[in-house]
Design a protein around this ligand. Structure first.
Ligand SMILES: NC(=O)c1ccc[n+]([C@@H]2O[C@H](COP(=O)([O-])OP(=O)(O)OC[C@H]3O[C@@H](n4cnc5c(N)ncnc54)[C@H](OP(=O)(O)O)[C@@H]3O)[C@@H](O)[C@H]2O)c1
Length: 263
């Protein structure tokens, strides 16, 4: 019987910093013409819960937050559903002036565009994001919403929810009307479900926290009907810090790999 061989990754080798690793990612040149190159970032317990008692904040630690903020600093835009926005009480995308300055020094706008998607039009306008005059927010809604008196710079994009692939249409608008080549989706589970069903995800950054929720009243990183068949992924990297695992997966077949580059 042939031996089944594994790669032992831990105890491990090099020390790396999330900011440097993520700053060096090739993203924009991988973007197809009709949509941004799309990363999603989630944290889950070892038993698969994406929130605990309704929130995700207690699952991750400093290492997870390091990846979360480095990804935000790296991309053109950050997308979330209204459930995540409301529960996590989103503020401006890059709270730290140092991160905004690094982007300015690199010739970029200081902060990624914040993008929100809704079906009902019930936006949590009371969250700190909408109170931030420097925040640029694009809201995708099927029906007109009055956004006029919040301090944030808001822009409404209407989309047609009746088409077969509404998110594909939204992605095209982001790429072509807002020049978004790299997009980070921070969830939540129902938005990730829709993105996966329209095959719009290129990479999944998943933190597996060394914690157990011990139950299933909270969602996993996706909710809703499963895909017709399993989506396949490959591991691009695996980091460890204080017993948390930081996985970066690429979805197989999501978008072309230009020039066979490895990052
Ligand atoms: N562990 C993690 O990394 C992580 C990340 C994010 C969120 N979470 C957790 O997930 C929970 C929230 O889950 P959720 O599934 O409600 O979050 P969600 O996907 O952010 O929000 C759902 C809402 O977003 C809008 N939406 C989602 N998909 C849409 C689509 N395809 N088209 C149009 N609108 C769409 C709808 O808004 P309307 O209702 O306005 O129509 C929908 O009700 C919270 O407990 C949060 O803490 C965990």
């Amino acid at each position: 019987v042939p031996a089944v061989v594994y790669h032992q990754l831990l105890p491990a080798s090099a020390e790396v910093q999330a900011d440097a690793l993520i700053a060096g990612l090739d993203l924009e040149e991988r973007a197809p013409a009709a949509r941004p190159y799309t990363l999603v970032n989630f944290v889950a317990t070892a038993d698969g819960s994406a929130s605990f008692q309704g929130r995700s904040g207690d699952i991750g630690d400093e290492g997870d937050r390091g990846i979360f903020h480095a990804l935000r600093e790296r991309v053109d835009a950050v997308l979330a559903g209204t459930g995540t926005l409301r529960t996590e009480r989103y503020g401006r995308i890059l709270g730290k002036a140092e991160r905004r300055q690094r982007r300015l020094d690199a010739g970029r706008v200081p902060e990624p565009l914040a993008c929100v998607i809704t079906r009902t039009g019930e936006l949590p306008l009371e969250i700190p994001l909408f109170a931030e005059p420097e925040a640029r927010v694009v809201v995708f809604s099927p029906t007109p919403i009055w956004l006029g008196d919040v301090p944030a710079q808001t822009h409404l994009e209407l989309y047609d929810p009746g088409v077969e692939r509404p998110l594909t249409q939204i992605m095209r608008t982001l790429r072509q009307a807002h020049a978004v080549s790299s997009l980070l989706c921070e969830g939540g589970p129902s938005l990730l479900h829709s993105l996966l069903h329209e095959q719009l995800v290129d990479e999944l950054f998943l933190t597996v926290a060394p914690k157990l929720s011990g139950g299933s009243t909270d969602p996993s990183i996706t909710t809703g009907e499963p895909l017709p068949e399993l989506a396949q992924m490959r591991i691009a990297w695996l980091l460890e810090r204080n017993d948390s695992l930081y996985l970066r997966y690429r979805l197989v077949g999501a978008s072309p790999r230009p020039g066979g580059r490895s990052r």
